[in-house]
Design a protein around this ligand. Structure first.
Ligand code: HEC
Ligand code: HEC
Length: 456
């Protein structure tokens, strides 16, 4: 009798979603214990980028007053200043202060990992699967290069490569798509490295990495949805010439584990206040105006994986054109696409409407990261031309990054590293226009949808 009452009680809990909530919380906590996370943070898949001694000397390249501040700081404070400058984070509770974005081995060698772009923080909190919207990869690489030259240390791939291919012109976004194009250009379908052929056509542009917790909802990958979801595409980041076809085969098992781990990630819950009745009203409006493209949430979720034509969505077209149909076809015919067995879309013609789970956390918005808050997504004609964010501020009214807006880049901003702290939507590939769908709503409806978006 007792057992069946207990069983009934559990059924009721499950029904009421109480246990489900706990399960999600437990899953979130255990994400750090997953094998995927362990591989990412302990196994280097590339040769090292620099050593500890180089990292510890970086502050000498900084501008004043930060340089003097670093000079007077304790070594630990100086490390934290460097992490803040370059967008590096430490896992909650990790007292070793190792950065999540690099594998640092016993000998003090630093090797960049996937988390460089795919692990960030929001409102000052590190969240697994959150894109790194603070990464200053170009600035870090330039300052590493200057420090190595001063210390007489040899330059590596990134130090030299970054003088030919820009790494990122706004902090928090990178030219990652073009790294892939450049690296695939001298491989055959079996990934053998060929002597340099014709240089690849490269349209440099910066992309905001997508949230990993949405991976499980997707059937196709990337902002244009051209690639079939599979462990192999995750390995493109390792295409440096030192890694031949055998390495890819050897590491494929690791990437299957990483794939499984990605599928287990959950979006973070909104940590501030929500007006529940208003959000429920917003859900109705959302389901009428947005769900055809973005899917439904809550008790019976659905996600259509829809590619919306560039004419209809009207967001920045540079990313779409930067991958040519020939490039996509060559990718599909290669080892990555199982030699043509998987149906790559060579000419997708638009962008995927992404799932909006955890959308409150993954600002800035759109594939290029051009829009700082959800309020700005909902108000197409009020989006700032130029904006600058704070590191840990969160705008609870507009729901997204705390920013200062400008009509144009302030005149005194000259050097590259200063410019990269601003997002300038007038530059190529950085337009914040388009996605005018919210204009079908009046102000009160937008307010309700904004409240609803907090709850996804
Ligand atoms: C230099 C930054 C950078 C690094 C390093 C990086 N990524 Fe990404 N990643 C991106 C960007 C940008 C995109 C979006 C590209 C697009 O949509 O065209 C992306 C897309 C993805 C996606 C597709 C997600 C989706 O929803 O479509 C997955 C999965 C992914 N990356 C996994 C990885 C893994 C695994 C690694 C390490 C082996 C890695 N990434 C390394 C920047 C990076
Ligand atoms: C016709 C299809 C369509 C409709 C309708 C639509 N969207 Fe979108 N939405 C898209 C596409 C496509 C993108 C990706 C655009 C890009 O990244 O360039 C997008 C992007 C977004 C993003 C940014 C996502 C991110 O991860 O950066 C948000 C937020 C969003 N939409 C909210 C809404 C809301 C709210 C509505 C209803 C008022 C709506 N959308 C209606 C297609 C649509």
């Amino acid at each position: 009798m007792k057992t069946s009452l207990a069983a009934l009680f559990i059924v009721l809990l499950v029904d009421s979603g109480l246990l489900a909530g706990e399960n999600i919380a437990a899953k979130r906590a255990s994400a750090y214990a997953g094998r995927g996370y362990e591989l990412l943070t302990t196994k280097p898949y590339l040769p090292p980028d620099f050593d500890q001694a180089t990292f510890d000397e970086l502050w000498k390249t900084w501008e004043e007053p930060l340089r003097s501040q670093a000079e007077k700081a304790t070594p630990q404070e100086r490390t934290m200043l460097a992490y803040s400058r370059y967008g590096l984070t430490v896992a909650p509770g990790d007292s070793s202060l190792k950065p999540q974005q690099y594998v640092v081995d016993e000998a003090g060698n630093w090797t960049m990992n996937c988390l460089a772009c795919h692990q960030g923080k929001v409102a000052g909190k590190v969240v697994v699967g959150l894109p790194n919207s603070l990464l200053a990869l170009q600035t870090l690489t330039e300052e590493i290069r200057a420090t190595k030259l001063r210390l007489g240390k040899p330059l590596t791939r990134m130090d030299v490569g970054s003088t030919i291919i820009p790494l990122g012109t706004s902090n928090g976004t990178t030219n990652a798509v073009i790294f892939g194009v450049a690296l695939m250009a001298n491989r055959d379908a079996k990934l053998n490295v060929l002597p340099s052929l014709v240089p690849a056509k490269m349209t440099h542009h910066d992309h905001d990495a997508p949230a990993w917790w949405n991976f499980k909802k997707k059937q196709r990958l990337y902002s244009d949805g051209f690639a079939v979801k599979d462990p192999r595409p995750l390995m493109q980041f390792m295409l440096i010439p030192e890694n031949g076809p055998d390495k890819f085969k050897e590491w494929e098992a690791d990437f299957r584990e990483l794939y499984t781990w990605l599928e287990s990630l959950e979006p973070p819950a909104y940590p501030f206040e929500v007006d529940r009745p208003l959000a429920r009203h917003g859900e109705v409006i959302f389901n009428q105006n947005c769900a055809d493209c973005h899917g439904r949430y809550g008790a019976e979720p659905s996600y259509p994986n829809k590619i919306v034509s560039i004419e209809e969505v009207g967001t920045d077209p540079v990313r779409l054109a930067a991958l040519s149909p020939q490039h996509r076809a060559a990718y599909g015919a290669s080892w990555f696409g199982h030699f043509g067995e998987e149906k790559t879309i060579d000419d997708p013609g638009g962008y995927v409407a992404p799932p909006l789970d955890g959308i409150w956390a993954s600002a800035p918005y759109f594939h290029n990261g051009s829009v700082p808050t959800l309020w700005h997504v909902l108000h197409p004609s009020d989006r700032p031309a130029v904006w600058q964010r704070t590191e840990d501020g969160y705008d609870q009214q507009k729901v997204g990054l705390e920013v200062t807006s400008f009509e144009r880049l302030p005149k005194e901003v000259k050097s590259g590293r200063d410019r990269r702290r601003y997002f300038d939507t007038t530059k190529s590939g950085k337009s914040a226009s388009g996605h005018d769908f919210p204009d079908a709503l009046d102000e009160a409806e937008k307010r309700a949808v904004l409240e609803y978006l907090k709850t996804l």
